[in-house]
Design a binder for this molecule. Structure first.
Ligand code: JAH
Length: 241
């Protein structure tokens, strides 16, 4: 997969992209990530990328021209751009279903805003998706873009970590994961549940399913309802009238 990132802070990505899972995925050629400095596509001598908002208000807004010039220079034409995602607190919430979908495209372009955001013409003219990683405000889209890159890269074929566990984990099945233990069997008065040491794989599977259900219902009632409705669409609240 090819991933291009447009940002005013390319240095943000240097550490995380060279580390661990993504470092190896890039070295082995499973994913290529190219981070581009938006200022490359400014044209005045101060390399200005932002301006005051029309209508007034605090802060600055990123200008549209550098985004469009970058897309045209990287891909030849706006219509030739790959699947383009703006990271923004006003976007759809990113979830594993969306990550799985994005992991199937050959190329992604991620647009990172700063300050008060990006000129609306960029959203309208370039974005296929607007995504948020959670209901909080960051200083810019870079941290959210990194989160998306990591979540997508670990699903790609032959990326280390994309083993059976990927299909088995929290959110993959719509429920939170059951509790995990490793040795020692007893630690500071906390014991590994006897059932996990019993060797009875059917009872272990049943215990894990029960733990996953109970935990999801307690911690994430929103996820629990969705999981239940997805398996049993007929059982539910009667229609309002
Ligand atoms: C903040 C541009 N959902 C996470 C998220 C994503 C982007 C931003 N904030 C939060 C953001 C300022 C400027 C983007």
């Amino acid at each position: 997969m090819q991933i291009d990132v447009l940002t005013l802070f390319p240095e943000f990505f240097a550490g995380p992209l060279d580390t661990s899972l993504l470092g190896r995925a890039r070295e082995t050629g499973r994913v290529r990530v190219d981070v581009h400095d938006l200022r490359t596509w400014t044209s005045d001598r101060h390399r200005t990328a932002d301006d005051v908002p029309y209508g007034g208000g605090a802060g600055m807004v990123l200008k549209p021209e550098p985004f469009f010039a970058a897309v045209e220079s990287l891909y030849g034409a706006v219509d030739a751009r790959p699947r383009t995602v703006v990271l923004t607190p006003r976007g759809h919430l990113l979830d594993q279903r969306r990550v799985v979908e994005l992991a199937q495209v050959p190329a992604l372009l991620l647009l990172c805003g700063r300050y008060e955001g990006i000129d609306e013409r960029v959203h309208v003219g370039l974005a296929h998706d607007e995504l948020s990683i959670g209901d909080y405000v960051l200083a810019g889209g870079e941290a959210a873009a990194y989160v998306l890159i990591e979540a997508v890269a670990r699903l790609l074929p032959d990326v280390v970590g994309n083993t059976a566990s990927v299909h088995d984990e929290s959110h993959a099945q719509g429920l939170l994961e059951y509790p995990q233990y490793t040795r020692p069997a007893s630690f500071r008065d906390m014991d590994v549940p006897e059932i996990l040491r019993s060797g009875d794989h059917a009872r272990i599977a049943a215990w894990r399913a029960e733990q996953a259900h109970d935990r999801t219902r307690r911690m994430r009632p929103d996820l629990y309802r969705r999981w239940r409705d997805d398996r049993d669409p007929d059982v539910g609240q009667p229609a309002a009238d």
